[in-house]
Design a protein around this ligand. Sequence first.
Ligand code: ADP
Length: 412
Amino acid sequence: MNVLVLNAGSSSFKSSLYQLTGEVPSDPVVPLWTGEVDWDSSGTVVLKAKTADNSVREERSGRSRTNDIHDLLNLLWSGKTQVINNIDEIDIVGNRVVHGGDKYRQPMLINPEVKAEIDRLSIYAPLHNPANLMGIEAIESLSGNMTQMAVFDTAFYRDLPEVAYVYPVPYQWLEQGIRKYGFHGISHQYCTRRAAELLGRDLGELRLISCHLGNGCSLAATKFGRCIDTTMGFTPLDGLVMGTRCGSIDPGIILHLLREGEYTVEELDHILNFESGLLGISGVSNDVREIDKAIDSGNAKAKLALDIYIDRLAAKIAYLLPALGGLDALIFTAGVGENHAGIRAAVASKLAFLGVEIDSYLNSLSIPPEAGVSSGDDRDLASGRSPVRLLAIHTQEEWEIARTCWQYLNTK
Ligand code: ADP
């Protein structure tokens, strides 16, 4: 069976083709083909596709995004990276969809009603849901009767208790959809299941905090197999300090700036999403590797940015603890979590009062960051006597979507 996964974002479109047979495997399968389109703000479009033996890279100036996606997918069945003969050999397409609102608490087969709801929910996820829909429609225009599934990032949070998702504002706002939704759910779902495997224990008996630390950052608290709280909220702007997003700040700041007429709503939206976080404080970059270099050359603002990032991270982990009632493992994942030994060590040291202790040798080993590389590199970084295990797990969102589609096909 061929499962094509689409992960369409606001400035990139990623896709992977998995060939699967037999029962749903628990270990991630390496995709047969991966492809990516990157649209940068200057109008340059980069198309990349790769198989185990071949790769293609093309740069061009923009046509329509749908055309770029079609051209990328063409590389599946033509040229150096051909792995199938035509689109009809694909059995199902799994689409990552960021926002499923209250309604979609599990994966859904795409139909006109589901598409209309994803479109309606674009008011809550203006950067993501329209891009996700564009991916779905790009496939429809290539093959009208393809089975497509939407796998929602918000669905992982379906069991959040009211105390976690209701905001302390007038209750009627809840009826307008103003509540905590949570994001990065596909990554947290994969990592918590993988953590149970690594620990050789049942997910239903574990209390876990997963730290997804990429450009966007979020924590999820999972108690006995059910996610009970998360740091992102109504939007992906809340919670931790991120690459360019501010995380939690006093809402009074926004009211003050609007009242003073200093910025329009659109300008503030842009500043809080794209000019804040590590970039905003340091003035250097959203990328921790650049922040590290700046710190090494004595940049005090870069040091402050990283100190705030780590402080907030440890504080928000601690904030999740009472509801979990203890902690069996802390999971580090995504670009920063998987690769940055210094941030992992700093967080562990701030949690030393809980007995948390990292093994500095294991922590210093690096794991390959490319998607699909190997789940064999996932490991426990805690010292033998630490009561909390510290796991570095390579997140595999595309695989999680493929697995969901595969499960659906197997049980149909
Ligand atoms: P996204 O949220 O866009 O999927 P990623 O999970 O790829 O992002 O994370 C991107 C961030 O991860 C980069 O901005 C950088 O800060 C960090 N990062 C990536 N690779 C490394 C590395 N080898 N060492 C340290 N940090 C890294």
